[in-house]
Design a protein around this ligand. Structure first.
Ligand code: ATP
Ligand code: MG
Length: 395
C-alpha cells in the first residue's frame, strides 16, 4: 500500500541557534544536555514514520514529549530544523508560499484541543470560513458547509453562536470546519481532551463512524492510552522528542518495548480494547440444517459437548440444538433438526468490545456466536476466553 505521509529524520529545535544544537544532537547529546549547555529546546528529535492512506495514526506521549511540535511540523506551522515530510510523494518542507497555501487549503486540515472557533461568527460562518478564503461563491459555500454540518450531526444549529453550544458541540463545529475543505488528511491535536468523559466517548465513536464513511488519513494526538488504542490503527509512542515505539495496539500491548511504554500500558483497561474478533475461536463442532439429529448427536459426542450450533446455506446461523433434545427426537424417530432448534443464545458482531459482552457472558448458557453483517457465523466465544481477555498480561 502506498504511504500518504512519510516523515524522515525530522528534527525541530526551538531557540536562537538551532544549527548549533542540531550538530550536538548528531554527536549524540541528549535533549537535556543540549538544553543545559546551549539553551536550545529539542522539540522533535530525529523522528521517522510513515502513515498509510486511510489510516488513523495515533501519537501518544506524556506532556512535553513533543506531540504538538511534531503535528505542527506536518502542516509547517512549525518549520522543521531538518528532515523531510513527504506527502503524496512531494517533500512539503521545500514548498514555496503559494504551494504551501494551496496545500493547507486543500490537502490538510487541523482540529485543535481548544476548538479555535471564531466567537463572533455563527456555526455556519465558522464552517464556511475556509471556503470563503478560497473564494468559493456564496451558494456553493452554503451547500458545502451545510453538508459538513450535517455530517457531524449539527443540523439545525447552523445559526447559533459558538457560545450557545456545549463543548462537545463546539468541537463538532471544529471538525465540520476541517471537513468542509474536504482535505485528504486530518490533523487532530488532543481534540477531545477538553470534553467530559461521556461526551468524549461519544465523539470517539463518531469519529470512527465518520472515518468509515469518509476514509481520511488521520493523525490523532492524545495522552490517553485507552483513547489511543480505541482509535488507532497504529500508535506511535513519543518520549523526549523521539518516537520510542510504533505498532498496532495489540502489538504494543503484547510487547511493550521498554519500561516507559509498560507504564503507559499498565493503565489500560483491556475490556475497552480487546474486541470479540480478537478472542473468538472456530467452533470445533457445527452441523448443517440439512443433517439430521443423528449427525448432530455424533458430532456432539465426538467433541464431548452438549449442544451444537446449526447453520444453513452460506453458513448462516439457524440456531442451536442440545444433546437432550436430539436424543429425545431420535427415540421418537423424528430426524429433522428444524423442529428442535433453540434460539436462546446470544450473538455479537466482531468489533464489539469485550466490556460490552461481559453481561451476556454471565447470562449465557451457550457460547456467544460472532456473526458478520450478513448473519454468517464467523466464530464463537466461550466464557473462559472473555475472562482471560480481561486479565492484564503479567497481572
Ligand atoms: N514555541 C516554542 N518555543 C520553545 N519551546 C517550545 C515551543 N513549543 C514547544 N516547545 C518545547 O518543546 C517540547 C515539546 O513540547 P510540545 O508542546 O510539543 O509537547 P506535547 O507533547 O504536545 O505536550 P502536551 O501533552 O502538554 O500538549 C517542550 O519541551 C516544550 O517546552
Ligand atoms: Mg500538545
Amino acid at each position: 500500500m502506498a504511504y500518504k505521509i512519510e516523515v524522515k529524520n525530522l528534527v525541530k529545535i526551538f531557540g536562537s541557534r538551532p544549527g548549533m544544537a542540531l550538530d550536538r544532537l548528531k554527536k549524540g547529546w541528549t535533549k537535556q544536555d543540549i538544553l543545559n549547555k546551549t539553551g536550545q529546546t529539542v522539540g522533535v528529535n530525529n523522528v521517522s514514520f510513515s502513515v498509510k492512506e486511510g489510516e488513523i495514526f495515533v501519537i501518544i506521549g506524556l506532556s512535553g514529549s513533543g506531540k504538538s511540535t511534531l503535528i505542527r511540523c506536518l502542516n509547517l506551522l512549525n518549520k522543521p530544523t531538518s528532515g523531510q515530510i513527504i506527502v503524496d510523494g512531494e517533500d512539503i518542507v521545500k514548498y514555496d508560499k503559494k504551494q504551501l497555501r494551496e496545500f493547507r487549503q486543500k490537502k490538510m486540515a487541523m482540529v485543535f484541543q481548544q476548538f479555535g472557533l471564531f466567537t463572533h461568527r455563527t456555526v455556519l460562518g465558522n464552517v464556511e470560513y475556509g471556503l470563503e478564503i478560497r473564494g468559493i461563491d456564496k451558494e456553493k459555500r452554503y451547500q458545502i458547509a451545510m453538508e459538513a454540518i450535517e455530517e457531524v450531526g449539527l443540523k439545525g444549529w447552523e445559526e447559533k453562536m459558538p457560545s450557545e453550544l456545549s463543548g462537545g458541540m463546539q468541537q463538532r463545529v471544529g471538525l465540520a470546519r476541517a471537513l468542509a475543505n474536504d482535505p485528504d488528511i486530518l490533523l487532530m491535536d488532543e481534540p477531545f481532551s477538553a470534553l467530559d468523559p461521556l461526551i468524549r466517548r461519544d465523539m470517539q465513536l463518531e469519529l470512527l463512524d465518520l472515518q468509515d464513511r469518509l476514509k481520511k488519513t488521520i493523525i490523532f494526538i492524545t495522552h490517553d492510552i485507552n483513547e489511543a488504542f480505541k482509535l488507532g490503527d497504529r500508535v506511535a509512542v513519543m518520549r523526549d522528542g523521539e518516537i520510542v515505539q510504533i505498532g498496532t495496539p495489540e502489538e504494543i500491548l503484547e510487547n511493550p518495548s521498554n519500561e516507559y511504554i509498560e507504564d503507559f500500558v499498565r493503565d489500560i483497561d483491556r475490556t475497552k480494547i480487546v474486541q470479540a474478533k480478537d478472542i473468538m475461536k472456530k467452533p470445533n463442532a457445527i452441523v448443517s440444517l440439512k443433517d439430521g439429529v443423528n449427525v448432530a448427536i455424533k458430532e456432539m459426542q465426538s467433541n464431548d459437548i452438549s449442544s451444537v450450533f446449526v447453520i444453513g446455506k452460506d453458513r448462516k446461523l439457524k440456531g442451536i440444538v442440545t444433546i437432550d433434545d436430539c436424543i429425545k427426537a431420535a427415540k421418537e424417530k423424528r430426524s429433522s433438526l428444524e423442529d428442535i432448534l433453540r434460539d436462546d443464545y446470544y450473538t455479537t458482531k466482531g468489533d464489539v468490545y469485550i466490556q460490552d459482552l461481559i453481561e451476556k457472558a454471565t447470562k449465557a448458557k451457550y457460547p456467544i456466536v460472532v456473526t458478520d453483517d450478513n448473519e454468517k457465523m464467523i466464530g464463537i466465544i466461550v466464557r473462559t476466553s472473555i475472562l482471560s481477555g480481561l486479565l492484564q498480561k503479567g497481572a
